[in-house]
Design a protein around this ligand. Structure first.
Ligand code: OAK
Length: 807
């Protein structure tokens, strides 16, 4: 649908909007109200396209994809929506005419932090790309009342405050009570024969909860389509007489959608997570089937018109839930229902950590969702029947959906789906060889790889407008529409003037970021320094500690030789630790105290600074990424499924300091190894240590005096204001034999970092490497990723001609 709003029209509409919402003039309205009115107006404009997409999909009977994810991490919507609607410039200018600043107004929008990290942000990048390629694909998740906690540092310690993102309402959503469904928990269930001979479940004393959808427009770029992100909220059913509801019942219902990640240190907390999983899986599947039957007659055609995607294992209960609806509610026989279900479902795995593979105790499932337990039990029984005789009994037992007293969600997801994918080639390979080896042995045809991608529109076009405009000046706008076309920039690798302009853009972004840090944290940073960035969840395998060890090494060197030449650096961290993850919290405390020590040492001055930005979020990422010179991607090889900050940072011209892990490997291949800084053990070397069981952290320590000084500093009182946290790290290294091979990689990492310090001094050569990264980033657009899912997994059509898809 054509973009028809002129600046003049916008100004008039905006003035009217503020007046009708708040009964005041534009310039009298608070910035908060200026934001609310702008969001409402943008929503009004976009709803035209949305209505037409919904209609079109139904009339054309276009295959619809439903992407189930327990996390979405949209961040802010205002500027990305304006960008995709092609209104960004027009609205910016219109507001200017009214004496207002779009960027100031945009800061009013609370981040929607309904996710934790990579998994949730990937889901939101997909939400941007799907309508942008004209794919009918919708999100399905939970409308958490509170997002991931707000992180503050108190005396260097992480403290968690509630993220009350809905306090002032959410301008983007539409509550659709008319589409609510009932989700049933608990009670007893038994099967009774009906007159037609069919077995029907009878429920007693079940707890019925109303699931109310809140719909959010996912606006595609290029005026293509608008899709739906449907987030469910739990309420008391209308049939319940509110007067007589006890506070306990009320709070059980409320609890379901209150927190992302309920406190898992208690049994009740863990059960709540299970209830969340069933809640949005059941609500989503019920509404999909209902919508399907409004437009189709034959339910056996479901897989032809619908694909349901399981984003990691949390929505796996969609499998037994669809079976329940088909068998119990629609009276379809089991074999047919199973055929429909397995051809509808597809699954992505996002982790290689064994401890992250979800299981649920049988008793918990039996108590909370008894009918679903019966169905899983039957799936399990039939799985054994089908496999016995074909495969070894031990193998079957080791991969069955039920085993060791638990439901094994990843195994159920594989068995109930037609496709299973990892998110980078190395990850997909390790799934087959290691984590899901047994299942790969019985159904190799299901397994495939789909390398992650990122929404370049958000991370470059919107977050780094100066860079985007510079690229436009050389390539025109084609790269915005066909991301691979950005490789046209390689033609400028020897163009001195262009390299200077590129360096200028980076420098301006660094100045803007330095101002942000000064305003927010009162820390002054040297914009001539290397901005060395590590932004990701805090986890032992991601090895923020290795980065910390290098910082301490640099500090020791400066103190030992204060007059020596030193390439200045600013180390920038953004990370949240899970509230119950004790070790990760110790790491935060130590980084913060090392930062205090270094930042306040006059002998260090401008040479070295450490900035840990509290409350890392999507909108903070958008400020850091354009300013980065170095991208720390230093996980133990074989542990990071893909990583996506690696892609965001390269697209903004940062160079990798990286292990050969996850999608780092693919980035290195695409941009050229000579343009990155690669170090450390390979996956094969790590696995060899596992096999031979012969890794000795102590031996690493013994042979390296510089490393000894670093480790000793954690426990000898030289870092002020740390208590046992230094010991926590020290113990994890030497007492617990360094599970993530930090000490093994230390020497090579330090050598690589020293090389970076040396190379940075040659500005032109550095900028050339930066350009090589930007020019190679097109291949990591999530537009291609979702197109590959559509082609090879969902078999769903999309309108856009994505040229160069397989280049
Ligand atoms: C979160 C909870 C359970 C399982 C996995 C995750 C998760 O966030 N995984 C991350 O997914 C990203 C998107 O695929 C990957 O880039 C990260 O490597 C992976 O850790």
């Amino acid at each position: 649908m054509a973009n028809t709003v002129t600046k003049k029209q916008f100004i008039e509409d905006y003035q009217n909007e503020i007046q009708s919402l708040f009964a005041e003039d534009v310039n009298k309205a608070s910035v908060a109200n200026q934001y609310h009115a702008l969001a409402q107006l943008v929503k009004r404009y976009s709803n035209r396209q949305w209505t037409s997409s919904i209609k079109k999909y139904d009339i054309d009977k276009q295959k619809q994809v439903y992407y189930f994810s327990i996390e979405f991490l949209p961040g802010r919507y205002l500027k990305p929506n304006l960008l995709n609607m092609n209104f960004l410039e027009m609205v910016r200018e219109g507001l200017q005419d009214l004496g207002l600043d779009l960027d100031v107004i945009a800061e009013q929008e609370p981040d929607q932090g309904l996710g934790n990290g990579g998994l949730g942000r990937l889901a939101s990048d997909f939400m941007d790309s799907m309508p942008s390629i004209g794919l009918a694909a919708h999100g399905n998740g939970i409308r958490y009342r509170y997002g991931l906690f707000r992180q503050v540092f108190v005396d260097g310690y992480q403290s968690e405050l509630p993220d009350d993102w809905l306090r002032n309402g959410n301008d983007w959503e539409i509550r659709r009570e008319d589409h609510a469904v009932v989700v049933r928990f608990g009670g007893n269930v038994y099967l009774q024969q009906t007159e037609s001979g069919h077995m029907e479940p009878v429920y007693e004393n079940s707890e019925d909860i109303l699931a109310v959808p809140y719909d959010n427009a996912m606006i595609g770029a290029g005026e293509l389509e608008t899709n739906n992100l449907r987030l469910w909220s739990a309420e008391l059913p209308h049939s319940v007489d509110n007067e007589y509801v006890t506070p306990e019942v009320r709070s059980r219902v409320k609890a379901i959608c209150r927190d992302l990640y309920p406190d898992d240190s208690t049994y009740d907390g863990r059960i709540l997570r299970l209830r969340q999983e069933y809640f949005f899986s059941s609500a989503g599947i019920q509404s999909i089937v209902r919508h399907f039957l409004d437009h189709h007659d034959d339910i056996t055609e479901l897989p032809k018109y619908v694909a349901v995607h399981i984003n990691d294992t949390h929505p796996t209960l969609v499998i037994p839930e669809l079976m329940r609806i088909l068998v119990d509610d629609m009276g379809i026989d089991w074999e047919k229902a199973w055929d429909i279900t397995t051809h509808t479902m597809t699954y992505t795995n996002h982790t290689l950590l064994a401890e992250a593979l979800e299981t649920w105790p049988i008793d918990a499932i039996k108590t909370e969702i008894p009918r679903i337990y019966q169905i899983i039990d039957e799936i399990n029984r039939r799985f054994f029947m089908e496999m016995q005789g074909k495969f070894d009994d031990n193998l079957i037992t080791s991969i069955a959906p039920i085993g060791d007293g638990s439901i094994r969600m990843a195994y159920l997801a594989v068995i109930g789906s037609s496709s299973v994918n990892g998110v980078a080639p190395l990850h997909s390979d390790l799934l087959q060889k290691d984590v899901l080896k047994g299942l790969y042995a019985i159904s190799p045809e299901k397994f495939n790889n789909k390398t992650n991608g990122i929404a370049l529109r958000r991370y470059v076009h919107e977050a780094n407008e100066p860079l985007a405009k510079l690229i436009d000046s050389k390539l025109g706008k084609v790269w915005r529409d066909q991301p691979m076309a950005i490789d046209g920039l390689t033609a400028y690798a020897d163009d001195d003037q262009f390299l200077q302009e590129l360096a200028k853009v980076k420098q301006a972004n660094k100045r803007a970021f330095a101002k942000f840090i000064d305003d927010k944290l009162d820390i002054q940073i040297n914009t001539d320094a290397i901005f060395d960035v590590q932004i990701k969840r805090l986890h032992a395998y991601k090895r923020q500690v290795l980065h910390l060890f290098y910082i301490i090494t640099e500090y020791h060197r400066i103190k030992a030789n204060p007059k020596a030449d030193f390439t200045p650096r600013v180390h920038i961290f953004g990370a949240k630790a899970a509230p119950s993850y004790y070790y990760a919290k110790s790491v935060i405390k130590v980084i913060n105290e090392v930062a205090n020590m270094i930042n306040n040492d006059p002998e260090v001055g401008d040479k070295l600074k450490v900035v840990f930005i509290p409350n890392y979020s999507v909108s903070i990422a958008e400020k850091i990424i354009p300013a980065a010179d170095i991208s720390e991607q230093i996980s133990t090889a074989g542990k990071e499924a893909s990583g996506t900050s690696n892609m965001k940072l390269m697209a903004n011209g940062a160079l990798l300091a990286a292990t050969l892990d996850g999608a780092n490997i693919d980035i290195i291949k695409a941009a050229g190894r000579e343009n990155e800084y690669v170090f450390g053990l390979t996956t094969a070397e790590v696995y060899k240590y596992y096999e031979n069981n012969d890794y000795s952290a102590q031996a690493e320590y013994d042979r390296n005096p510089e490393l000894q000084r670093v480790l000793n500093s954690l426990i000898d009182g030289s870092i002020p204001n740390i208590q046992s946290e230094g010991w926590d790290i020290h113990d994890s290294m030497l007492r617990d034999n360094d599970q993530y091979f930090v000490l093994a990689d230390y020497a090579d990492y330090v050598k690589t970092q020293d090389q970076i310090s040396h190379d940075y001094l040659d500005k032109k050569a550095w900028t050339k490497k930066s350009l090589a990264n930007i020019a190679a980033s097109g291949a990591f657009s999530s537009d291609y990723t979702v197109a590959r899912y559509a082609d090879e997994i969902w078999h769903a059509p999309y309108a856009k001609d994505l040229q160069l898809l397989d280049k």
